[in-house]
Each structure stands twice: as structure tokens, then as C-alpha cells.
Design a protein around this ligand. Structure first.
Ligand code: ADP
Ligand code: MG
Length: 308
């Protein structure tokens, strides 16, 4: 074929210069990128920095069936991100979607243009610092609970909150933390459109309906936030085991402890709030607005330490 025919036009290649890899997921690669035309995106009526993040999912090399499934997931993710961006344009603690497009040549792929968060994952900051001071943890949890409250109010349940999906806006010490990856999110306004990816999460669907239903409600996000709070304060998770099965067993039993000596110097308020976020029954779990009103986040006194 003539050379101009071989060089098919691709919006991704044509409009963006990819500057390096920011991270990866199961099917995605996220790049730092710059628009070739230098035109800035507008967000909150302000120009976004000329650098963006592009999450690219390649759907070539997939069976037609698998591609169809992946496209449904991607459509759901994009719809949720659009809704979040439209309803919460001012929220500093959620990653906004700037644009999305699909193309079939030269490869079948879907791209999501996102605001750039150059500060790495919360996961890496925990590893680097080993754990957060109580004051720093409070700051993170307050922001996340507030944004979670807003998300739930517009009907969005994230369902995949974890330190890998919480990223910092920049490398600065005072960078903002942001919730990203709405790939498993549910819009409660359209529950029939739910395409929960049980196999990507690792467990094939042998769950009883009521176990699956546990994942539906917004309460599951609070549980995840409870696990994150625990990890922030001591640097290791509340539910441990030698393998996935063992961890799941502990979770199903709702069994966790505040071990000594790690928890000795951590306030009783922190332990109380974590216990309420990890309440076994979703209907008894605190809601995001209860978290914001909890003494751990409202009391001025930082060191209300009491023996366990
Ligand atoms: P997946 O749905 O495949 O898990 P994610 O959306 O979680 O993909 O993105 C994978 C990784 O890419 C994230 O864990 C994060 O490290 C990085 N990443 C995602 N979005 C951004 C962004 N807007 N800015 C910077 N890095 C990002
Ligand atoms: Mg992810």
C-alpha cells in the first residue's frame, strides 16, 4: 500500500505528545502527555496546565467477546467520570475527565484525557514514610470523607478505594490528594447499568447474592476508607493472611485488632472511628458525614491518648 495509506490518522498520536509513563492498571497504561496544539483544557473555568494524563486502554489482541465486555466497562467508567466532572467541577479531591475518544486505527484503543496528578500514589508515600502522623492522617481522611460524601450525594459509589487509586496532584509536600479510577464505580441512578467486574478483582462470581449486594451500597466505600485509615496510622493493613483466601476469611469474619505496641500512642478517637468505619453490617457503618462529625476530626486536642 502507498505510505500515506499505511500512516493512518490517530487522534492520540496526532493531538498528543506522550512524555512518559505514570502508571499502569490491569488493562491500562497512563501517560503524561502534552497537547501538540498547546490549547489548554478548561476546568472550573480555569485553564488546566498544558500537561495532562492520558489513560489508554488497548483493545486489540482481544477476542470480539472480550472487547465487547471491556467496552461496556469503559463506557461505564467514562459515564461516571463525566457525571463527576459535571457535578463536582470544584472538588479538589477527585480526578476530572477532560476528554475521551475511541479509535480503531492503527490500534483499537480508548483514551481518557485526565487532569494530571504528578505526585504519585498514596501507596508509594506510605511505603516511603512507613506511616503517617495522626495529624497528617486526619488531613487526608477529612478530605477523602468530604469528597466521598459529595460522590454519594450524586449517586456514585466508587467501590475500589485503595492507596493505588489515590494520587497526589504534584510532588510537593502540600499537594492535594485525589480519588481516581472509577473503573468499578456504580451510578446508583442507573443501577441496571451496573457492570461490576468481579473477575478483574480476582474472584469469579461464586458469591451468594447478598454478599454481592454488600458491594452495591455506598457503605462499602466507608469500609475501604476505614482500611486506609488503619494503614495510614500504622503502615500495615487490618486484615492480614498468608494468601487471598486467608485475608478474605478474616474480612468475612470482620476480625481485626489494634496490636501493641503500634497502637499504643494512637488516640482512642482514631481507634473509635476506625471501629465505626469497619462496622461489619453496612447499615450500622458510619456514613461519610458522620466521619466528618466524629471527634477524631473535630476535636482540637491531638493527643487524647488512652490505653487500649
Ligand atoms: P486501572 O483502572 O487500570 O487500575 P487507573 O486509573 O487506576 O487504571 O490508573 C493506573 C495508575 O496510573 C494509577 O494507579 C496511577 O498510578 C496512574 N494514574 C492514573 N490516573 C492518573 C492521573 N490523572 N495522573 C497521574 N497518574 C495517574
Ligand atoms: Mg487502579
Amino acid at each position: 500500500p502507498p505510505p500515506e495509506k499505511k500512516k493512518a490518522k490517530s487522534k492520540l498520536d496526532q493531538d498528543f505528545r506522550l512524555l512518559g509513563e505514570l502508571g499502569r492498571g490491569a488493562f491500562s497504561v497512563v501517560y503524561r502527555a502534552r497537547r501538540r496544539d498547546g490549547e489548554p483544557y478548561k476546568l472550573r473555568d480555569v485553564d488546566v496546565s498544558d500537561e495532562v494524563a492520558v489513560k489508554v486502554v488497548i483493545l486489540s489482541n482481544m477476542s470480539v467477546r472480550e472487547r465487547k465486555t471491556q467496552l461496556r466497562y469503559l463506557n461505564s467508567e467514562i459515564a461516571v467520570m463525566r457525571k463527576v466532572t459535571r457535578h463536582m467541577p470544584q472538588d479538589q479531591h477527585v480526578v476530572h475527565l477532560l476528554e475521551s475518544f475511541a479509535e480503531t486505527t492503527p490500534k483499537y484503543r480508548v483514551s481518557m484525557v485526565l487532569e494530571l496528578c504528578n505526585g504519585g500514589e498514596l501507596f508509594d508515600r506510605i511505603v516511603k514514610r512507613s506511616f503517617y502522623t495522626e495529624a497528617d492522617a486526619k488531613d487526608v481522611i477529612r478530605k477523602l470523607a468530604k469528597t466521598l460524601d459529595s460522590l454519594h450525594r450524586i449517586g456514585i459509589v466508587h467501590r475500589d478505594l485503595k492507596p493505588e487509586n489515590l494520587i497526589y496532584s504534584s510532588a510537593a509536600e502540600d499537594a492535594e490528594i485525589k480519588i481516581t479510577d472509577f473503573g468499578l464505580a456504580l451510578d446508583m441512578e442507573f443501577p441496571d447499568k451496573d457492570v461490576y467486574r468481579s473477575h478483574v478483582v480476582g474472584t469469579v462470581g461464586y458469591f451468594a447474592p447478598e454478599v454481592m449486594n454488600l458491594r452495591y451500597g455506598p457503605a462499602c466505600d466507608v469500609w475501604s476508607l476505614g482500611v486506609i485509615t488503619y494503614i495510614l496510622l500504622v503502615g500495615y493493613p487490618p486484615f492480614v493472611g498468608r494468601n487471598r483466601m486467608e485475608i478474605q476469611k478474616e474480612i468475612r469474619l470482620g476480625r481485626f485488632e489494634f496490636h501493641m505496641p503500634e497502637w499504643k500512642d494512637i488516640s482512642a478517637n482514631a481507634r473509635d472511628l476506625i471501629t465505626r468505619m469497619l462496622a461489619f453490617k453496612p447499615e450500622r457503618r458510619v456514613r461519610p458525614r458522620d466521619i466528618l462529625a466524629h471527634p477524631w476530626l473535630t476535636d482540637a486536642c491531638e493527643h487524647a491518648t488512652k490505653p487500649i
